[in-house]
Design a binder for this molecule. Structure first.
Ligand code: PRP
Length: 206
């Protein structure tokens, strides 16, 4: 049996649908069900529902054999796991954005608000731009509006949030989508089960 860490929330719902189509069926939960470990209907898997940012942790430590995480979460975590397939879900991009009238002054330290401090540091370091990171956990778009930072590094999906707040993209950082990841040891010891999952998901994606 495979232990699978799945992200709760918006992405989780579309991921569960994909797993169901691939034969890993998760029973419908009754309202108020607070269980966090759920066996699949035919006993081929056990699902753990965790915060999206925690998926790589469960997989790296091997309590989950595989998991699903956004590429953003994956690169920010730096987790030592295998990335198996792109599930083609949760497509969006990570971008640098600022107020529409923002002009960068290269002589000044650039203040950056983000939920992704590691990715942001690496990105600006690649540009030789000195920055100061302000780490926030949500509503990142508020930071430049209120003058907390000059720019943000955040997820852009439809672009609606930026537009409605007088912000625009300055640069793209990386394209994002959900990836199936695996624990390195489990990829060997449960090779048959991991391969069967990859094959079943691969067929559904096609
Ligand atoms: C994400 C992201 C942006 C928004 C982008 O926020 O941080 O704010 O979605 O989507 P859009 O381009 O389609 O407008 P989320 O809804 O996850 O909430 P958060 O503010 O708590 O991060």
């Amino acid at each position: 049996m495979l232990n699978i860490a799945l992200p709760k929330g918006r992405l989780g719902e579309s991921v569960l649908k994909r797993f169901k189509e691939a034969g890993y069926v998760f029973p419908e939960l009754e309202d108020g069900d607070r269980r966090l470990v759920i066996p699949s209907e035919n006993g081929n898997a056990s699902f753990f529902l965790v915060k999206p940012t925690d998926v790589p942790v469960y997989v790296e430590y091997g309590v989950a054999d595989v998991g699903v995480a956004g590429k953003d979460v994956l690169i920010e975590s730096g987790a030592d796991v295998y990335e198996l397939i792109d599930l083609g879900l949760g497509k969006c991009r990570l971008a640098v954005a600022a107020k529409n009238d923002f002009r960068d002054d290269q002589d000044r330290l650039l203040r950056v608000a983000t939920k992704y401090p590691n990715v942001s540091k690496a990105y600006f370091s690649g540009l030789n731009r000195d920055i100061e990171i302000v780490t926030l956990n949500g509503s990142i778009e508020l930071a430049p509006i209120l003058g907390l930072t000059d720019v943000i590094v955040d997820i852009v999906e439809t672009g609606k949030t930026l537009k409605e707040n007088g912000l625009s993209v300055i640069n793209d950082v990386v394209n994002i989508s959900a990836r199936l990841i695996a624990n390195k040891a489990a990829s060997k010891f449960k090779q048959a089960e991991v391969s069967a999952l990859v094959k079943a998901l691969g067929e559904v994606i096609k």
